[in-house]
Design a protein. Structure first.
Length: 349
């Protein structure tokens, strides 16, 4: 038998729901709605224990413990004030020092809806906007017990909070100038270059910075060639280039590979083969790869090298005793091949 044909006498389903809801609320639903409207109660956050009339409408007897939590619980259970006041919730969640748990994410009040409501807040534009305004970038995130607890991470480890926010697709935009300023200052490494914060995206961020005009200008203002990559560099420079701190040869290689300091400083290379010089990074295959031969030819063919060679090694026998020259020519020291190469290039007869 269809419901409309029962003892209800043709009452529609919508009318039935309204009727039943009235019974469930002891016939007070309309009065409760009118009370909430009259006192501008738009969310559970507005409910106070001092609202005695509301307490009575909710079925609490006089003299009963009328704590606001019990009132909010009953209102929510009966379908009142269920719409989340997003801006107010977000404001309470993101304001450091606020006390108490928001009623919409309090399991004592909303029961199993707590996780649904929490996710709605996390997914909201209001939450994302508040986080961006509060921190600016991942580097601005510090210890914050309130937001950490809300996201379910250890509030003692602000790195976990940074990672949690990043995984929510918040604070993902890197500020290149902030990275460059970080290289010159003391403190922690930039968050966008820390794998424990951004995971595999660290390589993407590193490339974004390295390929930027700002970084190219930054390098150009500080270094003229690979010779200027000395031992007093900030460890963060190594971090940016993706090499172990203090490994200068690796740093030079990565800079050269990325297109920095690639112009051959012929005179400095030549000077490095003087009596007190050192092997040039521009002639080190571990640094410049297959560019060694090209660099060697440019150096050996320069007037500056010819002048220095003849000034420091007036005879071919003097030249053949120089291990640094042998390295430059890529010939074994004091051998026929070495002598032949010196003569072939016209340095000696």
């Amino acid at each position: 038998m269809k419901l409309e044909q029962s003892w209800l006498g043709g009452v529609s389903m919508s009318d039935l729901k309204k009727l039943l809801s009235g019974y469930v609320d002891d016939g007070k639903r309309k009065e409760i709605e009118e009370y909430l409207e009259e006192w501008s109660v738009t969310s559970l956050m507005d409910v106070k224990a001092s609202m005695l009339r509301l307490c009575s409408l909710l079925g609490f007897e006089k003299g009963t413990n009328r704590r606001a939590t019990r009132m909010k619980t009953r209102l929510y259970k009966r379908g009142f004030l269920r719409e989340l006041p997003m801006e107010r919730i977000v404001g309470q969640v993101t304001t450091k020092g606020m006390k108490g748990t928001n009623p919409y994410i309090d399991p004592k009040i909303v029961g199993e809806d707590v996780e649904v409501n929490r996710q709605k807040v996390i997914d909201s534009d209001e939450f994302g906007g508040a986080i961006c305004k509060k921190y600016g970038s991942l580097n601005g995130v510090g210890v914050d017990a309130r937001i950490s607890n809300f996201l379910g991470v250890d509030w003692n480890r602000y790195v976990d909070l940074k990672r949690a926010l990043f995984e929510l697709n918040l604070l993902t935009e890197i500020d290149i100038n902030e990275v460059l300023d970080n290289i010159s200052n003391q403190g922690l490494d930039n968050s966008y270059l820390r794998e424990e914060v951004v995971g595999d995206m660290v390589e993407v961020y590193r490339e974004v910075v390295i390929r930027s005009d700002e970084f190219r200008e930054w390098v150009g203002e500080r270094f003229d060639s690979l010779y200027d990559i000395s031992g007093n560099l900030n460890p963060r420079f190594y971090v940016l280039m993706g090499v172990d701190k203090g490994h200068r040869q690796d740093l030079k290689r990565e800079l050269f590979r990325s297109g920095f300091l690639t112009e051959l400083p012929v005179e400095r290379v030549v000077d490095s083969f003087g009596p007190r010089g050192h092997t040039s990074p521009y002639l080190d295959s571990k640094i410049v790869g297959d560019k060694v031969e090209e660099h060697r030819e440019l150096v050996l063919g320069s007037d500056y090298f010819r002048e220095l060679l003849l000034r420091n090694f007036p005879t071919i026998n003097d030249a053949m005793r120089s291990g640094k020259l042998a390295t430059l020519f890529d010939k074994p020291l004091n051998t026929t091949d070495f002598r032949t190469e010196l003569v072939r290039r016209g340095f000696y007869e």
